[in-house]
Design a protein. Structure first.
Length: 277
């Protein structure tokens, strides 16, 4: 993974709202997730089979240092509660890619950051729910990247910058989170807060690129209803990594819904041009 491809083959980066639990395996949930599911299938088409692997920055894995999963055949982590019994038996048998984990960790270390490898880590639902919708064949190699427990936005943006060369090597960098993540307000009580924050988020991502855009995200707590939308910023930090890796690439709306769970405004974003565009 040392050869740099021509600029024209550079893959975009994404920040994707991954939905709740194992929703792709729940037929009864299909109506609630129809818009999100359609956006993820459209993402697959716009990628035009260009990625050779996916690096998923997952909100559901927190560590002291950034850590990369390196199992060749990752298992499953059922990190959700109260779902039907059969959803604790589902599998997503996509392969891992230890060489990518090593390469990604090496890029962070070369930039002066601590980075670790975890050869045992399985797929959490921040990864397998998205990937089931995008790559149901489960053949695309996937490596997971953790977020840091300290939620330091500066370090997450910087990590993205250091990982940017992977985009030229056929690696799709995906930040997996949720633009609204307050489970106690996942309904009408979260309507106004989610709308206000989503409006701010779109302006922050669309109105600038590079350092100016990153600076806006570093000050995310000043956004309207910021702590109502993200009491804990675990589902926002993957966005910071995606934006860091995006550099000067413009943002595009990949998914938007103002009635998620009947009331919530949620969005996903692409940074850079889609290969099939």
């Amino acid at each position: 993974m040392t050869t740099t491809a021509p600029q024209s083959s550079r893959l975009p980066t994404y920040y994707l709202s991954h939905g709740g639990g194992p929703w792709p395996w729940m037929p009864d949930a299909a109506p609630a997730y129809a818009v999100l599911d359609a956006s993820l299938k459209a993402l697959r088409r716009e990628l035009d089979d260009q990625p050779r692997a996916v690096l998923v920055v997952t909100a559901h894995w927190e560590t002291e240092d950034f850590t990369f999963s390196a199992a060749e055949r990752p298992g499953m982590i059922y990190d959700y509660y109260g779902f039907p019994p059969e959803t604790y038996k589902i599998t997503y048998p996509a392969p891992g890619l230890p060489s990518l984990a090593e390469s990604a960790a090496g890029l962070l270390r070369a930039g002066g950051m601590g980075a670790k490898i975890d050869a045992e880590r399985g797929f959490d639902h921040g990864t397998f729910s998205l990937m089931q919708a995008i790559y149901p064949e489960a053949e695309m190699p996937i490596v997971q990247m953790s977020i840091r427990k300290d939620y330091d936005p500066v370090l997450h943006v910087e990590a993205g910058k250091l990982l940017a060369p992977l985009r030229d090597e056929g690696v799709l960098v995906v930040g997996s989170g949720l633009s609204f993540h307050n489970l106690r307000a996942m309904g009408p009580s979260g309507r106004d807060a989610s709308t206000a924050f989503d409006g701010w988020l779109q302006h922050a991502l669309f109105d600038a690129v590079g350092e100016r855009r990153a600076k806006a995200l570093l000050n995310w707590e000043q956004a309207p209803a910021a702590r109502q939308v993200h009491p804990r910023e675990d589902h926002l930090m993957p966005l910071h990594v995606a934006v860091g890796a995006a550099a000067e690439d413009a943002a595009h709306l990949s998914y938007h819904q103002d009635d998620f769970f009947g009331a919530i405004t949620a969005s996903s974003f692409r940074f850079g041009d889609a290969p099939a565009a």
